[in-house]
Design a protein around this ligand. Structure first.
Ligand SMILES: *Cc1c(COP(=O)(O)O)cnc(C)c1O
Length: 337
């Protein structure tokens, strides 16, 4: 095994094993270990036709002490069940989620990147409607699986500021739609805007509220936050996904003596912010240096010296420090193996 840990992309990486579990006849079966990257699926599975599926993303880290740390897995397990409820799938008992997760991590332990490389092991739980239906209704059978793989930073720039684009001709999710749950359909809906933004030279898209196009919603597949003086401000909206990273940054900001506001943020307010960024498991924090409005061609600039702002940097370091076991985990976020 010869892995260039320091230059890993955020992408699929084949490892030795994955785990699967099937819900049939009204109950979950035993966890099965597989070394295949494939599974066979019924041609009429609801996941394929009607998008009855949900996924999660979380990370395991090799700490400074050599121990494995899994960050806030219980929050991912809870959110997966909220997603399951949102598209009428069978929930996964927390103990089943945990056992599947520990099994797949232990079987692939050699793929956990060494401490100091900035990389981590990404876990991808997936829940799909696997039973056949042709009429639109929930399946009677489900499949839960987790695969893992070592990953580097999500944005190839790492903790370097990126440029993003405000769009109005696409919505990611409707106000009373599925924006608050982690289902694949939201991602399918964001692909066109996101690929166009990449083609036009931007790292990501900033979606606005679908109804009025006044307020900031989400930054591609990540939550948005801003810093103004000693305040951490993040959007309140009924179409964004409650990010566990954002929730953690809010706790850290409060702990650092910052004020926290969760409220609607108008696009025009961008001109008043000192720092802005996107946050999520994949990238932790991605500082934003420039936001271009695709329609008005208005430009908002941050990080005038080209570097991430001081408070974003402090929050990023503290969160990563906790994840790698370098900083006291006073909130008890890590499950240490
Ligand atoms: C997963 C996801 C996030 C980030 O959530 P984390 O729990 O921090 O990883 C943000 N926005 C969307 C749309 C997501 O799917």
């Amino acid at each position: 095994m010869n892995i260039d840990w320091k230059n890993l992309p955020f992408g699929y990486f084949k490892t030795d094993y994955n785990v699967r579990c099937y819900y049939k006849n009204g109950k979950w079966g035993k966890i099965e270990v597989s070394s295949s990257e494939y599974f066979s699926i019924h041609i009429a599975a609801t996941a394929l036709h009607y998008g009855q599926e949900a996924f999660e993303g979380l990370k395991a880290f090799r700490g400074i002490d050599g121990k494995i740390r899994i960050f806030r897995w219980d929050e991912n397990a809870k959110r997966m069940n909220r997603s399951a409820d949102g598209v009428l799938m069978q929930p996964i008992p927390s103990e089943l989620f945990k056992e599947a997760m520990l099994t797949v991590i232990k079987l692939n332990e050699k793929y956990i990147p060494p401490f100091g490389t900035g990389a981590s092991l990404y876990l991808r739980p997936l829940l799909i409607g696997s039973g056949p239906e042709v009429g639109v209704k929930p399946a009677k059978e489900y499949m839960f699986m987790i695969f893992v793989g070592p990953v580097g930073p999500y944005f190839k720039e790492g903790f370097n500021p990126v440029t993003i684009q405000i769009v109005r001709d696409f919505d990611r999710a409707a106000p009373l739609g599925t924006g608050t749950i982690k289902v694949g359909g939201n991602y399918a809906a964001s692909l066109k805007a996101s690929e166009r933004a990449h083609d036009e030279g931007f790292a990501s898209v900033l979606f606005l509220d679908a109804k009025e196009k006044i307020f900031i919603d989400e930054c591609g597949p990540a939550n948005f936050f801003a810093i103004k003086g000693n305040k951490y401000i993040t959007p309140k909206s009924n179409s964004i996904l409650p990010s566990i990273t954002n929730m953690s940054l809010i706790d850290l900001a409060k702990d650092m003596g910052m004020e926290v506001e969760r409220r609607q943020i108008a696009v025009d307010e961008l001109a008043e912010f000192d720092e802005v960024g996107a946050c999520g498991t994949a990238a932790v924090i991605t500082p934003i240096k420039k936001i271009l409005d695709r329609d008005s061609t208005k430009v908002f600039e941050f990080c005038k010296d080209g570097k991430a702002g001081p408070l974003s940097t402090k929050l990023y370091k503290r969160l990563q420090g906790i994840q790698y076991g370098e900083v006291e985990d006073k909130f008890g976020w890590n499950l240490i193996l």
